[in-house]
Design a binder for this molecule. Structure first.
Ligand code: ADQ
Length: 461
């Protein structure tokens, strides 16, 4: 079996129990085959140092990391990656902040990654590159003579051509992308967007099997929806800590239901309208007051980008206003937690919540939706209320699908979820669980690797 070389902006800490399903799945595959995981080490240096990657062996896996300079961090990471590509690929043209230096930094760091990677590659390796930070990396590697097969997986959405055309140098970006042998997307919508772009802007031909023909070359572009490690999540959900158990029993005695939201604190996750929808539920259905509460857990991220500071302020103000308006001496409608919760506690909290409320304005997949379903018990499952703009909605039809821009629609569906008869909840849960089991983390990994190693184009419908 060929050695696998994974490249992503950051290298996951493979020894951490908190690593999510993706890191664990990739790490397992790396361990079995032997391989390398390369990325930025999270350090920023004042001065330039042409990076020799720092190698650290963890069992059969070599972690190869490089530092960035402060300028790289600001132009490549905060700049082009997170102030241009992230908002734009999530259809938020209004939040794009572009400077020419951002693009320079983005190209410079991709070249740095390529130099570092060339020094660790062996002729027989297969290379798998992840996410929007590294779109031009295959092109940089090819320029340095890399002949190995290179795959790419985009974790976030791929926008329609009219939106993509707002990125400076968008043509260069897509041409660079086509230097990969396999390009994987989360959904058929994303795949369709790339296909439209290459047909309309680059004059490429689509083969009947979905391959993109560019001159003599053929590129596989496919849909590989990412999944979770269902069993490990089920196991965690079934073992609640004493603290979670006491809290759950208290709510049961009081006859109170809980709606749960868990996200990185990001403007793509639809958090303000989610809180407004909860307030609207209390307005439209006054009988729900004191019998339901919303727990929203939001982990801070990218706090150096202005848009993230704004969203944090907005949420704090909104949760305060809702509590000020509706709270009683013995009932707090919104519990807003600005922080991270350990994965095992999260699983138990999902199981103890009657509704999983997942309402991104746009999301590549959204693993929280799948984790919520995995955590439910078949005897008394909760209901997933899911945005139609999450990639997960392409597969999870049995959730209550909502429009995250329509506060009234979300409020009505919350009420429907909270009052749904047991039989209907079980029917939906059975179908959802079957689907997330079929399309789990291992399936995602194996189907991508089959495309990368054997050129298989079996796409998920
Ligand atoms: P993210 O935008 O980070 O990922 P998501 O898919 O929801 O979004 O994954 C987040 C992970 O972090 C989940 O495992 C979740 O449990 C955990 N998490 C989130 N908030 C947390 C909190 N407050 N406390 C503890 N854990 C928390 C990107 C794309 C997604 C895509 C994934 C994987 O934006 O669309 O699904 O990559 O491809």
């Amino acid at each position: 079996m060929k050695r696998l070389v994974v490249v992503s902006n950051r290298v996951a800490d493979l020894r951490s129990a908190q690593a999510g399903g993706l890191a664990v799945g990739l790490a397992d595959s790396l361990r079995q085959r032997g391989g390398v995981w390369m990325g930025w080490d999270g350090q920023t240096l004042k001065y330039e140092e042409e990076p020799e990657p720092r190698l650290r062996k963890v069992g059969t896996v070599t972690q190869a990391t490089i530092p960035l300079t402060e300028q790289d961090y600001s132009e490549y990471y905060l700049g082009f990656s997170n102030s241009v590509l992230w908002p734009l690929f999530h259809y938020r043209l209004d939040l794009v902040e572009y400077k020419t230096t951002f693009l320079d930094g983005y190209r410079r760091v991709n070249a740095k990654f390529a130099n570092a990677l060339m020094s660790v590659l062996k002729p027989d390796d297969v290379i798998w590159i992840h996410d929007y930070h590294l779109l031009p990396l295959a092109s940089e590697l090819r320029q340095r003579g890399c002949k190995q097969r290179i795959g790419f997986f985009l974790h976030i959405p791929f926008p329609p051509p009219e939106i993509l055309a707002a990125v400076p140098r968008h043509r260069w970006l897509v041409e660079s992308l086509l230097e990969f042998d396999v390009i994987g997307f989360q959904t058929n919508t994303d795949l369709g967007n790339l296909q439209h772009y290459v047909e309309d802007h680059l004059g490429c031909r689509l083969e009947p099997d979905g391959k993109i023909a560019i001159g003599e070359r053929e590129v596989i572009a496919g849909c590989f929806p990412i999944g979770i490690d269902v069993d490990s999540f089920v196991e965690m959900a079934e073992k609640p800590s004493d603290e979670v158990q006491i809290e759950t029993q208290r709510r049961e005695i009081l006859g109170r239901q809980q709606i749960i939201g868990v996200d990185r604190l990001d403007y793509t996750k639809g958090l303000p309208d989610r809180l407004r929808a909860f307030a609207r539920l209390l307005e439209l259905y006054p009988e729900m007051r004191k019998s339901v509460a919303l727990m929203q857990i939001a982990t801070p991220t990218r706090e150096e980008v202005e848009a993230y500071v704004e969203i944090r302020k907005e949420l704090e103000a909104l949760s305060g206003a809702i509590n000020g308006r509706f709270a009683d001496f013995n009932w707090t409608p919104v519990r807003y937690i600005h922080g991270t919760v350990p994965r095992d506690a999260l699983a138990a909290l999902f199981r103890a919540s009657q509704v999983g409320f997942v309402t991104p304005l746009r999301d590549g997949m959204n693993l929280v939706a799948k984790e919520y379903v995995a955590a439910q018990s078949m005897e008394n499952p909760g209901v997933l209320v899911l945005s139609k703009f999450a990639g997960a909605a392409e597969e999870m039809h049995e959730a209550l699908i909502v429009n995250p821009y329509d506060v009234d629609d979300m409020a009505r569906n919350l009420c429907r979820a909270l009052t749904m008869p047991l039989e209907e909840r079980q029917e939906r849960q059975r179908a959802l669980m079957q689907r997330i089991r079929e399309h789990d983390a291992a399936y995602w990994l194996n189907s991508f690797m089959a495309a990368l190693e054997n050129g298989e184009t079996n796409r998920v419908a």
